[in-house]
Design a protein around this ligand. Structure first.
Ligand code: NDP
Length: 499
């Protein structure tokens, strides 16, 4: 008999939240949807909650509400008031950190220590963008020559909000992805219609109530749960939406671009990755072994910046494999609520089957299995941390985003940085990467050669609130986080005055 949460306790506030009716947030009210779905605990397969869903009609109502708020109270608010509202939202989130953390643990499966960190980062991010509101600044520049020839003149620029933003959030880090879209949009003065993933709606719904509790005016934030191909597609197509921000697969990203063509809305895309990890002969293996392992296994590998293509120099390959195998074998798989858990379940049965398909194919191709390679025999979607070596860059294991705990290792014999970079860059993606070496010169020369938006030295995926994040190539368009994350929600208006 499977116990809810594997027998682990959840807080009274999470219990109370799960018992509520989960509706759509439109114009400051929780309203009934036109459909219903369930969300499950991926560690047990048990239903967590039913939630209502919407389609094109509800998206249309939400866009109307967001437009009214943009042209009404939110648009008229002073920057000081907007700053205060965002700080208040951060305070409300902080006061409800246990709820937000537990919801991502039980809905997504991530270990508790990771969910706790992401909740804290989300609070920090809302405060960061609250502080940025006051720093939205234009510039002054020389007036046009033909006007300056006749008279004194003044030319300056204003930064203005893009308008109504549609935001489509995936399931792999639900609260975090919601906040890194929501906070800069609100700071810029935009209003939002958000569509969470149907796999993980809960933390975003809780966030919706916190937006209301913080006192943001009705319609500033609207939340429409629903199937991606219906609610998500309707949002991306809607002529009343000025900008769409999407995180998810490259295939769906292409659909978003097509859908946005109608009114040529602005598009930001944060898509997939297949990030290279280069381990040089002089790497400090005491750092590299845990660092490379977690480059792949962090968040069960369900992580867009996961470093899953390892280029291990022959000089350290065997020692690295031995260390990685020990690390993978030592990971504790279990329910995310268990404090001992270091790796949780995958998001769904279908996704687990997809990941196991890659593993079975790699075995059939004769690759050397260093660790894992099978499901954990228990309820839930658990796949053991898996490492294959003997790979080469032409194989699906090295080319496709698996989004699971599967590492592919290629042994490299060369010290030539251009040759190594050619391998690392032989991918349509360009989101992240890392290089492991004690040599400062090698590190920076390698960083310069790797074609990716986010490259780390002796660590991997070093993201932070203030650090721009986004991809080269087919990993996306634009940047999130930091000042560039805010710029993505701002237009520039140039003004010239004859004086
Ligand atoms: P999708 O890209 O399909 O889903 C991401 C989000 O887009 C979800 O909110 C989804 O809604 C929504 N969506 C789906 N179809 C449409 C559409 N036609 N128009 C608008 N929105 C849509 O990813 P999947 O969940 O199917 O995962 C598949 C693969 O995508 C993973 O294996 C992984 O490789 C990659 N992925 C990458 C992520 C990243 O961070 N870069 C995040 C998630 C996935 P709904 O969930 O309701 O269908």
């Amino acid at each position: 008999m499977i116990q809810p949460f594997d027998g682990h306790a959840i807080s009274p506030e999470t219990t109370a939240f799960l018992g509520q009716t989960h509706r759509l947030l439109i114009g400051g009210e929780w309203v009934d949807g036109s459909g219903e779905l369930v969300t499950r605990d991926p560690a047990t397969g048990l239903v967590l909650a039913r939630f209502q869903t919407g389609g094109a009609a509800e998206v249309d109502q939400a866009v109307t509400a967001a437009r009214a708020a943009f042209e009404g109270p939110w648009g008229r608010m002073t920057v000081a008031e907007r700053t205060a509202m965002l700080h208040k939202l951060a305070q409300v989130m902080d006061a409800n950190a246990t709820l937000l953390t537990e919801l991502d643990v039980i809905d997504n499966g991530m270990p508790r220590f990771i969910a706790g960190l992401t909740t804290a980062n989300c609070v920090e991010m809302v405060d960061y963008y609250a502080g940025a509101v006051m720093r939205i600044e234009g510039t002054t520049t020389a007036p046009p020559r033909h006007i300056a020839a006749e008279t004194e003149a003044l030319t300056y620029t204003l930064r203005e909000p893009v308008g109504v933003a549609g935001q489509i959030v995936p399931w792999n880090v639900p609260l975090s992805t919601a906040i890194l879209k929501l906070a800069p949009a609100l700071a810029a003065g935009c209003t939002v219609v958000m569509k969470p993933s149907e796999e993980t709606p809960l933390s975003v719904l809780a966030l919706g109530q916190m937006v209301l509790d913080a006192g943001l005016p009705a319609g500033v934030v609207n939340i429409i749960n629903g199937v991606g191909a219906e609610a998500g597609q309707a949002l991306a197509e809607h002529p009343g939406v000025d900008k769409i921000s999407f995180t998810g697969s490259t295939a769906t990203g292409r659909r978003i671009v097509q859908a946005a063509l109608g009114n040529l809305k602005k598009v930001s895309l944060e898509l997939g990755g297949k990030s290279p990890v280069v381990v040089m002969p002089d790497a400090d293996l005491s750092l590299a072994i845990p660092g490379v392992a977690m480059a792949t296994f962090f968040l069960q590998g369900q992580n867009c910046m996961a470093g899953t293509r390892i280029f291990a120099h022959a000089a350290i390959h065997d020692e690295l494999m031995e260390g990685l195998a020990a690390f993978a074998g030592g990971m504790t798989l279990g329910h995310g609520l268990d404090f001992a858990t270091t790796q949780g379940p995958l998001i769904s049965v279908a996704h687990t089957e997809k990941v196991m398909g890659y593993i079975d194919r790699a075995k059939a191709d004769g690759l050397t299995l260093v660790a894992g390679g099978e499901r954990l025999q228990r309820a839930g979607n658990f796949v053991k941390p898996t490492i294959f070596t003997g790979c080469d860059n032409s194989m699906p294991l090295m080319r496709e985003e698996i989004f699971g705990p599967v590492m592919a290792v290629q042994k490299i014999e060369t010290d030539d940085l251009d040759a190594i970079a050619a391998l690392a860059n032989d991918t349509p993606y360009g989101l992240s990467g890392s290089v492991w070496t004690r040599d400062l010169s090698t590190a920076h020369r390698m960083v310069k050669r790797i074609r990716a938006g986010h490259v780390s030295i002796n660590c991997h995926g070093a993201v932070g609130t203030n650090i721009p994040f986004g991809g080269y190539g087919q990993s996306g368009w634009g940047r999130e986080f930091g000042q560039e994350g805010l710029d993505a929600y701002l237009e520039t208006k140039a003004v010239t005055a004859r004086l």
